[in-house]
Ligand binder design. Structure first.
Ligand SMILES: *Cc1c(COP(=O)(O)O)cnc(C)c1O
Length: 490
């Protein structure tokens, strides 16, 4: 299958590209994104066929229907990484939490957050394309905490790929920082910067635009690529677990085949939610996709009012920091799917120029047929964490907790909900300890131990071991010195 472009085509690129090409250079004409020319129509037949399939068999068949230009052995190697998740037979357990509420746990991979779901297989795919073409790629990542560790984990020691990962010093949790700075593979470089996440992100953007930087890479025969969720190579792996979770509900006799469900997704850059949207178009019977946010609630406003408004709007730091985002990139793919390339280009150019766009009444209606949304502040989030732990014996992280509010405000109680848990409690333990017992200002290690006692849960070895692992990545620089550090590295 070929890939087309959300903002139509300019003269700078071919009208369609292959999957490999869309992965290697994910930015399309007019600054748009790549999307599949048409989504495979899988239908009820596909669900019935895979009712008793393993995750990998389901995944392989779905990927085959996309007819992507990746060798079958490479796909097998990529999917085999799900065998390393906690339960080899089921990388995404779905747990019944309340009468009509099920939680699909996306965090059972090596870095304990949902980024592994897509980045684990993506690393194999990208590296294999680079090897096949005999090209070398540098992946630049700016992280507020979860993408960095997951990107390092997937690309470490892979051929033809190097990673430089920027994080704001002091802006991540201890666990997240240790996951990065204890990484000792030769092909990865971790750079702490004095500043906040936006500084890291802006530094990355100016590097991408820097002639000097690009010339230096070219001289070394290295091309740049991106591992964030504008890359369709990540999105494609994020459709699978929505189909899997639906089938799990049927298997657990929570629903009968064909019954509609809500999919409730804690959202930031909208990759996870986009996967849900594609899954619903391809085969999963969905009542609505519910978009859950924290105080950075631009998506709630978009879905409630049709206005994407960033004027006088600044990112605020929250207890669910992986969702502290204002420009949610994958909304663009929804705009394209609903309104086509001309309108998408118009809206996105408005956003870039005026920090604002407004859908018309018909467009808003169409958006609301598919989506509903609400946001949850940090205080409410902690109440939901405590309440769900005490009443339902289920421990959740602050990102997942945002779904509890929208579950109450957006959902018809007769219809079952699948909410997605995007991080393990171990990644955000100080907030959770505070929610459960009021402890304040505790370090990660103390919080981990106290929650472990309270909830009778083991701290996984991959997390516990971090605190005694040698720190090998000591680079800490000012913004101005990032370019020099990266050039030294490559
Ligand atoms: C990345 C992330 C999200 C947001 O997911 P998107 O696909 O960007 O919407 C939510 N929760 C956690 C824990 C994350 O790491």
């Amino acid at each position: 299958m070929n890939f087309i472009q959300t903002r139509g085509i300019d003269a700078s690129r071919p009208a369609t590209v292959t999957f490999s090409e869309a992965i290697l250079a994910p930015i399309a004409s007019f600054g748009g994104l790549y999307i599949p020319e048409n989504l495979p129509e899988l239908g009820n037949e596909f669900l019935v066929k895979h009712l008793n399939s393993s995750y990998k068999v389901l995944a392989k068949d779905m990927l085959n229907r996309f007819e992507i230009d990746i060798d079958s052995e490479v796909i097998d190697e990529a999917l085999a990484l799900y065998d390393e998740f906690d339960d080899k037979n089921n990388p995404v357990p779905v747990v019944k939490v309340k009468e009509n509420l099920y939680i699909a746990e996306l965090y059972h991979g090596p870095t304990r957050a949902f980024k592994d779901m897509a980045l684990q297989p993506f690393g194999v795919v990208l590296s294999s394309i680079a090897q096949k073409r005999d090209e070398n790629y540098l992946i630049l990542a700016a992280t507020s905490g979860d993408t960095g560790p997951a990107a390092l984990e997937t690309f470490k020691n892979r051929a033809n790929v190097q990673v430089a990962c920027l994080y704001p010093d002091g802006g991540t949790s201890d666990v997240q920082r240790l996951q990065m700075v204890t990484e000792d593979a030769k092909n990865v470089k971790v750079i702490g910067i004095h500043g906040v996440f936006d500084d890291a992100q802006n530094a990355l953007k100016s590097l991408l635009a820097s002639d000097e930087f690009n010339a230096a890479l070219k001289a070394k025969n290295i091309s740049l690529s991106a591992a964030n969720s504008v890359n369709f190579g990540r999105i494609i792996f994020q459709i699978i677990y929505h189909i899997h979770s639906y089938l799990e509900l049927v298997r657990q006799e929570g629903i009968t085949m064909g019954e509609k469900v809500y999919l409730n997704v804690p959202s930031g850059n909208f990759g996870n939610a986009l996967g849900a949207y594609y899954a619903s178009k391809m085969c999963v019977p969905v009542e609505k996709i519910i978009i859950s946010s924290n105080e950075n609630n631009v998506l709630t406003k978009l879905i409630k009012t049709g206005k994407y408004d960033l004027r006088d709007c600044e990112v605020v730091g929250t207890t669910a920091p992986a969702m502290d985002i204002l420009k949610s990139s994958n909304i663009e793919r929804i705009l394209f799917d609903m309104f086509g390339p001309e309108r998408t280009r118009e809206l996105m150019q408005n956003l870039e120029k005026e920090n604002f766009y407004a859908l018309n009444a018909d467009e808003l209606t169409q958006l609301q047929i598919n989506f509903d949304a609400d946001f949850c502040n940090g205080h409410e989030g902690k109440m939901y964490i405590k309440d769900t732990f005490e009443n339902d014996k289920y421990l959740m992280d602050p990102h997942t907790a945002t779904c509890m509010k929208s579950y109450e405000t957006c959902c018809d109680a007769k219809i079952k909900t699948i909410a997605y848990s995007t991080a393990e409690w171990t990644k955000f333990s100080p907030v959770i300890a505070n929610a459960l017992s009021g402890e304040i200002d505790v370090e990660d290690i103390e919080a981990l131990e106290s929650i472990s006692k309270m909830a009778q849960l083991q701290i996984p070895e991959v997390v516990k071991g971090l605190f005694s692992k040698e720190v090998t990545q000591n680079t800490l620089v000012d913004k101005e010195d990032i370019q020099k550090e990266i050039l030294n590295f490559i």
